[in-house]
Design a protein around this ligand. Structure first.
Ligand SMILES: Cc1cc2nc3c(=O)[nH]c(=O)nc-3n(C[C@H](O)[C@H](O)[C@H](O)COP(=O)(O)OP(=O)(O)OC[C@H]3O[C@@H](n4cnc5c(N)ncnc54)[C@H](O)[C@@H]3O)c2cc1C
Ligand code: SF4
Length: 485
């Protein structure tokens, strides 16, 4: 097979929230840009409804990527053009003010998250990606029931703001939107960058960044070599960015450390009315509990996954299966305090992460709150999914007992998809793998523009913040490149 050779001003590794936004901004500024993506470009009509097919096509390791611990925690990431945005629910939140203040004060990132400028960037992204609250006509019962439960308990819920255009509410966001309605990066910023002249190479896993006299000059993988005249931008996601940097000779005490996330727990409830999760925005309603460190969200599951969540075996399980249209599923994302580490072992990521005791108490609080909202919405029984506790609860008073249960890591089926921190940005060279312009310390022409640079987790869904922070950094980079030309 002939070797692929190409060259541009900027070579971007990865096309997720970070990489695609960098490409969109740099290409619009007139720079020549090449995006290099390990996964494939999938058209909306290629996105299968069947979960296994969808996972095989677009999810890293078919959801088998997990922490190396006594109780492994799945770490979900997309591997396709659009990265994790190609398999996400389109939930949009701006960077919270308290996080922005913290980053400015403790990490010296004032210019990167400058209040006035970043608000303008948020507005532009919201405009371009058609961000708006989920319309009542496509909420569906799974979302509506959460709204009813929140109202009954006086909790502050709201319809989720999403990036979508013409959503049909067929609840398939996580398999990939078959309508091309969700404005994920494969539908929005990647094509936009291509319109502005950028090129895209798919099925190309970058194994190494080539450094010459301390400068990043090219990326290489099996069968390809792509030269970068002005810079290499690594946006391979929080797990693979530090592995790629470490394998290319970058050394910093914090590279791969400070790994943070928002692990989630989920709960199923049975109602005596049709819920039919197959209709509605996959995630259309939320109950933010920021002060408590978590956020509840409705989360529709495809039937094969829902069936696997039902308790019991044999006849009992079959009886429950017959009620498949009457279940709701909701989850809670937790802003955990734990820090983990990602290392490069035999060229692959090795993920170490253990929630703290305080984090596990929070997971218990989320389970109890989900249960209370479900009963308030009229659930007849709930399946808490907490090991060592009742498989099925029909009496809401049992939630008081759950609230007192001693916690251990094995109690909770945690899953994480919001990841942060493994190439932290900071003005302090001893803390930041990258400086506030997102340039890698100790290397010329090498940048990181994805969620790896976030010094802390957020407590809200991250894609909007990743896009806005990268937008700022890419714009500054384009200006410097113009000035130097
Ligand atoms: C199932 C799921 C649901 C989510 N729901 C939401 C939501 O509703 N709202 C929200 O705000 N956030 C959500 N998120 C999180 C959000 O999608 C991510 O935080 C965001 O996409 C991360 O952006 P990123 O650029 O850091 O990495 P990614 O988007 O993960 O992109 C990294 C890209 O790099 C590629 N890559 C990796 N290594 C290499 C290599 N060596 N060579 C070439 N390419 C490489 C990958 O294939 C991938 O395409 C969800 C995530 C998941 C997994
Ligand atoms: S609910 Fe269906 S149509 Fe709407 S964005 Fe998700 S996958 Fe697309």
């Amino acid at each position: 097979m002939p070797r692929l050779e190409d060259e541009a001003d900027f070579v971007i590794v990865g096309t997720g929230a970070g990489g695609a936004t960098a490409a969109r901004v740099l290409a619009a500024a007139g720079a020549s840009v090449i995006m290099v993506e390990e996964g494939q470009r999938l058209r909306p009509e290629d996105r299968p409804a069947a979960l296994l097919d969808a996972m095989r096509l677009a999810v890293r390791d078919m959801c088998m990527q997990a922490t190396e611990s006594r109780v492994p925690m799945p770490i979900l990431q997309g591997r396709a053009v659009g990265g994790s945005t190609a398999i996400n629910s389109g939930i949009i939140w701006r960077l919270p003010d308290d996080v922005r203040d913290d980053w400015r004060e403790r990490f010296g990132l004032g210019e990167l998250v400058d209040e006035r400028r970043i608000d303008e960037v948020f507005r532009q992204i919201e405009d371009e990606l058609e961000i708006h609250a989920t319309e009542p006509s496509i909420l569906g019962r799974n979302n509506e029931l959460m709204a009813e439960g929140a109202a009954a308990l006086g909790l502050p819920g709201r319809a989720i703001h999403r990036n979508s255009r013409g959503c049909k509410g067929n609840a398939r966001c996580l398999q990939g939107c078959p309508e091309g309605a969700r404005q994920s990066m494969d539908i929005s910023y990647v094509p936009r960058a291509i319109e502005d002249g950028a090129r895209l190479h798919t099925g190309c896993r970058v194994d190494k960044i080539v450094m010459k006299r301390g400068r990043a000059v090219a990326v290489e993988g099996r069968g390809f070599s792509i030269r970068a005249r002005r810079g290499v931008i690594v946006a391979a996601g929080v797990v693979h960015t530090p592995v790629l940097l470490a394998g290319s000779g970058v050394r910093h005490a914090n590279l791969g450390r400070r790994f943070q996330c928002h692990p989630g727990v989920a709960m199923v409830g049975r109602f005596d009315q049709p819920v039919h999760m197959g209709f509605g925005a996959a995630q259309g309603y939320e109950i933010p509990q920021r002060a408590k460190g978590f956020k509840l969200e409705a989360l529709a599951l495809p039937p094969e996954m829902l069936a696997a969540r039902l308790p019991g075996a044999g006849v009992e399980w079959q009886r429950r299966l017959a009620d498949l249209g009457s279940y709701a599923q909701w989850c809670g994302q937790i802003r955990m305090k734990a820090h983990g580490r990602i290392r490069r072992v035999f060229g692959r990521p090795w993920i170490a992460y253990e929630p703290t005791h305080e984090d596990l108490l929070k997971a218990r609080e989320v389970a109890v709150t989900l249960g209370r909202v479900m009963f308030a919405a009229g659930a007849k029984e709930i399946f808490p999914g907490v090991a060592g506790f009742d498989e099925v609860i029909t009496d809401p008073a049992r939630l008081d007992a759950l609230e007192q249960k001693p916690v251990s890591r094995a109690d909770f089926h945690l899953v994480a998809s919001h990841l942060f921190g493994t190439a932290c940005a900071s003005a302090d060279p001893s803390v930041g793998v990258v400086d506030p312009s997102l340039a890698v310390r100790g290397a010329d022409g090498l940048y990181v523009m994805d969620a790896s640079v976030f010094p802390t987790n957020l407590g809200v869904n991250p894609q909007h913040s990743i896009m806005a922070v990268v937008w700022q950094a890419a714009e500054q980079l384009a200006e410097r490149a113009r000035a130097a030309a």
